[in-house]
Design a binder for this molecule. Structure first.
Ligand code: FMN
Length: 192
């Protein structure tokens, strides 16, 4: 089967692409608005970009009626955020923070999450996240329907013991986003 990309509308494209661009890690992004309201939301269009300097990227689609999502508004205005990694025990609270709330409402409160302030950045993170990064906006590219936001990591908050400088997989228990489902890691394979 061959499908011309132009033959699919944006909904069909979303369903198709997110069903095979898997498994995707989930960036749980904490920001603060210009008037001081905390915000937390998950993004699975999320990737590592560079280790030197340490860069990661998320892409934030426009929301209803083309409006920018709170995360994008806050990042463009304040340039600071935290990006936490979602572990198995955070699946429920993480999913709850995807609800579209009014700009002044905090997903930390609605999902009953304790917020911890960043040290180097003016943005909150969920206390229970095992791995979080404090980030500053490096580059924002408006792609029309989506903003590609490249973030420079300025600090790591690691709540588990490192082994040989790495976060052990079994200590992180990362959750991945599939098409419409979530997944945990299955069998680990040694590098051939
Ligand atoms: C697991 C998961 C992954 C998501 N990934 C994205 C994404 O990559 N880009 C995006 O624009 N929205 C994504 N969303 C939807 C946003 O989380 C949702 O629109 C949220 O309300 C945005 O919050 P905000 O307006 O506070 O920024 C995702 C939702 C879930 C549950």
């Amino acid at each position: 089967m061959r499908i011309e990309a132009a033959s699919l509308d944006k909904r069909a494209t979303y369903f198709l692409m997110t069903s095979f661009l898997i498994p995707r890690p989930i960036a749980w992004v904490g920001t603060r608005s210009e008037d001081g309201h905390d915000n937390l939301a998950p993004f699975s269009y999320f990737m590592g970009v560079s280790s030197d300097p340490p860069l990661i990227a998320i892409s934030v689609a426009r929301g209803r009626r083309g409006a920018l999502k709170d995360t994008c508004v806050n990042l463009l205005a304040r340039r600071d955020c935290t990006v936490s990694i979602v572990s198995a025990s955070e699946l429920g609270p993480m999913h709850a923070t995807a609800a579209p709330l009014p700009r002044e409402a905090s997903e930390f409160e609605s999902a009953e999450l304790v917020a911890v302030d960043g040290v180097a950045v003016d943005a909150p993170r969920p206390e229970r996240a095992r791995v979080a990064m404090e980030c500053r906006l490096h580059t924002a590219t408006d792609l029309g329907s989506t903003h590609l936001l490249v973030l420079e990591v300025v600090a790591y908050e690691i709540g588990v013991e490192l082994v040989d400088g790495r976060v052990p997989v079994d200590a992180l228990e990362p959750v991945a986003r599939l098409g419409g489902e979530y997944a945990l890691l299955g069998e680990l394979l040694a590098t051939p």
